[in-house]
Ligand binder design. Structure first.
Ligand code: ZN
Ligand code: ZN
Length: 366
């Protein structure tokens, strides 16, 4: 079928709306008409080739929409179902078997190779010419996306599809890091380094978990204000204050910290701010090969650093749970979102990079 996609032709290039052809679904595949797609930091670092995603490619991995067609053997969804698209996994390795799909042995191939497992792409230029697709099992910067049965999550018809895209990556990453990965007992202290959409999702989840204090750290005053509005009990402006010292004053050494920025020196601070026995969750993605130095004696006293992908989410369980929290008014992730028409994708990206929009969401005309 003919679709319109925002194509990334070369490293760092602006997104270019382009007509493309999309394959019909093969067995196990699902075609989704997009209603919304979040723009995630990971799309931008892929555009900039921090990871070697092959070009030209259609990026986008926070899609939500309506199932348009399904391939043979698909039983989880039927045409007309409302779905959130999420990361893909092989379903066949030890980590997938143990219910940890975010650490799938095939994660890179399933999400970043730009192709199906057999090497084919479901996308091509009108008149021929290959284009890489199935980014994060979806390539959602397009009017239609081809996913697999494994990475679509059916949601209730009355849930607001135009807002749900970010649940498939950024929001579940932040919220899951707290509720699934760290799972802090009520009353634990938690400090979140970086208050972008992932960090603020973590803050909202920390309120649900009953953490106290919940300390937000950033360089951006406006973001810190938003963090305070959405549940942080304290804010530290790292431009003017030493976060490690302030956190020691506030918590006596934090029980938990979360690093969401991907900056090595910030990870160091997030570890140095821990009390004995504390855990630092690392969410921020750095360029491949980035190294950090840590104080070995500090680590020895029961501290740990734990890498976290996609908030340890098992999406079919966790995404409906987040929608329930939202419905109950306990998880107002819509406060992070600003919507843009799909055609305005480059404006959405610019506003995200400037920090004036926490979570841009593209919307697609009916
Ligand atoms: Zn796997
Ligand atoms: Zn993402």
């Amino acid at each position: 079928m003919r679709i319109t996609a925002a194509l990334t032709e070369t490293r760092g290039a602006p997104f270019a709306l382009t007509p493309l052809e999309l394959d019909d679904p093969r067995p196990g595949e699902v075609v989704v008409r997009m209603v919304s797609s979040g723009v995630c930091h990971t799309d931008l670092i892929m555009r900039d080739q921090w990871y070697p995603v092959p070009l030209p490619v259609v990026l986008g991995h926070e899609g939500a929409g309506v199932v348009e067609a399904v391939g043979d053997g698909v039983g989880h969804v039927v045409p007309g179902d409302h779905v959130v698209l999420t990361f893909n996994s092989c379903g066949d390795c030890g980590m997938c078997d143990h219910g940890r799909p975010a650490y799938c042995d095939g994660f890179f191939g399933c999400n970043f190779s730009g192709a199906r497992p057999d090497g084919s792409s479901p996308l091509r230029r009108v008149g021929g010419g290959s284009v890489h697709g199935v980014f994060f099992g979806q390539s959602s910067f397009a009017t239609h996306a081809l996913a697999t049965e494994r990475n679509v999550v059916k949601v209730d018809r009355d849930a607001p599809l135009e807002l749900l895209g970010p649940l498939g990556c950024g929001v579940q990453t932040g919220a899951g890091a707290v509720l699934n990965s760290l799972d802090p007992p009520a009353g634990s202290s938690l400090a979140i380094f970086g208050t972008g959409s992932v960090g603020i999702s973590a803050i909202m989840a920390a309120v649900i978990a009953g953490c106290s204090p919940i300390v937000a750290i950033d360089l951006n005053e406006r973001r810190l204000e938003t963090a305070l509005e959405l549940g942080a009990t304290h804010a530290i402006d790292a431009a003017t204050d030493d976060p490690v010292e302030r956190l020691r004053d506030l918590t006596g050494g934090a029980d938990y910290t979360l690093e969401t920025t991907g900056v090595a020196s910030v990870l160091r601070q997030a570890v140095d701010a821990l009390g004995n026995g504390g855990t630092c969750g690392l969410i921020g993605a750095a360029a491949l090969g980035t190294e950090v130095s840590l104080d070995m004696s500090a680590l020895l006293f029961g501290r740990s650093v734990r890498g976290i992908v996609e908030g340890d989410s098992v999406p079919r369980r966790f995404i409906p749970r987040l929608i329930d929290f939202h419905r109950q008014g306990r998880f107002p992730f819509d406060r992070l979102i600003r919507t843009y028409a799909f055609e305005d994708i480059n404006q959405a990206v610019e506003d995200s990079e400037k920090g004036t929009t926490l979570k841009p969401v593209l919307t697609f005309a009916g």
